[in-house]
Design a protein around this ligand. Sequence first.
Ligand SMILES: NC(=O)c1ccc[n+]([C@@H]2O[C@H](COP(=O)([O-])OP(=O)(O)OC[C@H]3O[C@@H](n4cnc5c(N)ncnc54)[C@H](O)[C@@H]3O)[C@@H](O)[C@H]2O)c1
Length: 289
Amino acid sequence: MAGLPRRVLVTGAAGGLGRATLDLLGRREVPATALDLHDPGGLPADRVVTGSAGDPYVVREALADVDAVIHLAATPAPVLGLPEDVYCGNTRATFVVLEEAGRAGIGRAVIASSMSVLGLPWADRLLHPAYVPVDEALPLQLEDPYGLSKQADEATAAMMARRHGMTVVALRYPRLGGPGDKLRQTAGEWAGDPGAGAKELWTYLDTRDAARAAWLALTRPIRGHHVIMVTAPTTLVATPTEELLRRFHPSSQVRASLPGRTAPVDLGVATRILGFAARHHYELSEEPV
Ligand SMILES: NC(=O)c1ccc[n+]([C@@H]2O[C@H](COP(=O)([O-])OP(=O)(O)OC[C@H]3O[C@@H](n4cnc5c(N)ncnc54)[C@H](O)[C@@H]3O)[C@@H](O)[C@H]2O)c1
């Protein structure tokens, strides 16, 4: 693919991030094929394919005329299905989508990974990162099938990049949402109980920024396989980050100063490789706790 994509396949297109991604492609006048288990109607895509991203026949049909893929289809939490279904469903879909894309000669794909790959968000107990700000090299401490599916997806992406000579970017997203919905609810919860955000390191990203990160990953002049953390530069809570870390992650080595609400995430790779910086910042109305 040289320059802009001719047509993009978006899997999981009916989901929150899928819709934001279709909207972004529409604004850039890039034709999109939407793939999802169900067609809710009204998706802003000129082709809609219904079926599973884990079914090679469905994916082959969806890949017609496509030269780039944004793979978002997944069960996005371990609590949304049986453990074996979450793990096997997510990893099968990623394997099939990337394998079929590679076999079709498609050179560029982006997949949705998650900060859940670190292991903290879905563990029953509070785990602590070895160090902060966390980066792509942080040791993983997985105890749940969803996070494990994302680790496997990242490994699949690396393998497919080598196997097919593709460029594949795995984006590690934090909690996503828009200002009017999930983020407001989460900000309210974490304001009342900052410990509740400790498993997610109080991070977030506006869904529109998440879609833009996927677009940059699809269009930047890069090659090979990349894993990239993309979060907003600040946390979703008023309490200063260093105070939060002292209270809730006292054993984590602090490697850099994190003034104010700075997110305890190293965004250097996102900046260098994608030129990404979040544009939509959640304004807090709550007082420091
Ligand atoms: N929402 C978040 O906070 C968040 C955070 C980190 C990562 N992610 C990842 O981002 C991606 C998109 O998440 P979302 O928030 O839009 O989730 P969502 O649940 O809103 O949407 C997921 C969509 O994928 C579809 N889907 C699931 N399995 C499928 C399959 N096998 N074949 C075809 N379609 C399938 C669902 O029908 C749904 O429409 C997921 O991979 C998720 O794991 C989400």
